[in-house]
Design a protein around this ligand. Structure first.
Ligand code: SAH
Length: 352
């Protein structure tokens, strides 16, 4: 059977037309919207203030829920990793990462990924399909509910950030990601500030241009993995990859437009992406632009020979960049004792 569209794929402005088409009075739109986004309902029966006939009419046309929790892993550092099963049996991962005073929700934008990065578990299976906006938004709903029912001790109550750093290349699914962003940010949706949202991309030019054309104002992270096109090709060997220069130029354009500093994500792989000359070249590429760098020591995959860079070399790499005036931070990769590297949990379950 063909899946129904998800209620949470509608942007708040569309709810008025929906209730009107079902012959219900206008104020029902606001109630329905609140169930969808504010209360995060996952069952029509929860919508106690809506008449049963309206709920039935809605349920005939829309699905309220598309994600079923299949597995939840808890790391010693309190990172929580979720494997969700979708209506067609595909699975995706989402993660809650505890930060100093808030939680970061790491979302998937596709089932699988076409980007073929050598260090990434998601890349191994290729791209299965795009996620819909409703499937993206529901990840936030589910993670938020998890935190609500089971708060992380000592985390404080500063809410959550959202990063598109889970499975997939968000700019290759811009149509759905763009709708999801609007739902996340509108006051009648999830009412999140654009400052709390970050898109991470491997930098396809077409996608970056769409991002600039839409101007959502959210943060941008560009994953580099190499200081020349040749180096990048070895670590991120997707055919037709946008050149480094062009990706950096478009990212900088977007950063200026959004009034935000763009982040460069750099995975540190021993003897591959941690050479001093790479740090020097990277500094040269970034100098004079409003970029900062996040160094991410590789989260090693069990079936790969790639090894994370050791701490002294991480610090040396950082030192070269900071000496050149590029603000550079070392990001701990969380959840080492669970399958926290992008796509690892899903992959392990598929292998069974
Ligand atoms: N396709 C997008 C978003 C998904 S990857 C992108 O490329 O940015 C999100 C981030 O996770 C990227 O910066 C990527 O380099 C990093 N990453 C993926 N697998 C990793 C691993 N095994 N160890 C460390 N970082 C990893």
């Amino acid at each position: 059977m063909e899946n129904k569209p998800l209620l949470r794929s509608l942007v708040p402005g569309q709810f008025a037309a929906l209730v009107d088409s079902l012959g219900a009075p206008a104020y029902r739109a606001r109630q329905l919207q609140e169930w969808a986004f504010k209360h995060g309902a996952t069952d029509w029966a929860e919508m106690g203030n809506l008449p049963r006939t309206l709920r039935q009419a809605l349920a005939e046309r829309y699905d309220l829920s598309a994600l079923q929790l299949q597995e939840r892993q808890l790391a010693s550092d309190q990172t929580r990793k979720f494997l969700f099963r979708l209506r067609d049996g595909q699975t995706i991962e989402s993660v809650i990462i505890p930060m100093a005073d808030h939680a970061t929700f790491c979302l998937s934008s596709q089932v699988g990924c076409a980007m073929a990065c050598t260090f990434c578990a998601t890349a191994r299976g290729g791209l299965e399909r795009q996620l819909t906006a409703g499937e993206i938004v529901e990840q936030v709903i589910r993670l938020r509910a998890d935190l609500h029912h089971d708060p992380i001790p000592g985390l404080g109550d500063r809410g959550h950030n959202v990063v598109f750093m889970g499975m997939g290349e968000p700019l290759d699914n811009w149509e759905a990601v763009e709708v999801a962003l609007r739902i996340l940010m509108t006051p009648d949706g999830l009412a999140m500030s654009r400052r709390r949202i970050q898109i991470s991309t491997s930098g396809p030019a077409a996608g970056l241009r769409q991002l600039i054309a839409t101007a959502p104002g959210v943060g941008l992270t560009l994953s580099l993995g190499g200081s020349t096109d040749q180096e990048r090709k070895q670590v991120m060997p997707v055919p037709g990859r946008t050149s480094l220069q062009e990706a950096l130029r478009l990212a900088a354009d977007y950063g200026r437009q959004a009034g935000r500093r763009v982040t460069i994500a750099w995975v540190l792989i021993q003897h591959t992406t941690d050479l001093p000359e790479q740090a020097r070249r990277l500094a040269g590429l970034l100098k004079g632009h409003n970029f900062k760098v996040n160094l991410i020591p590789l989260n090693p995959l069990s079936d790969s020979k790639l090894v994370p860079t050791e701490q002294p070399r991480v610090l040396a790499f950082q030192q070269v960049l900071t000496a050149a005036g590029v603000p550079t931070f070392i990001r701990a990769s969380g959840g080492r004792d669970i399958d926290a590297a992008c796509g690892q949990l899903r992959r392990r379950r598929q292998d069974r």
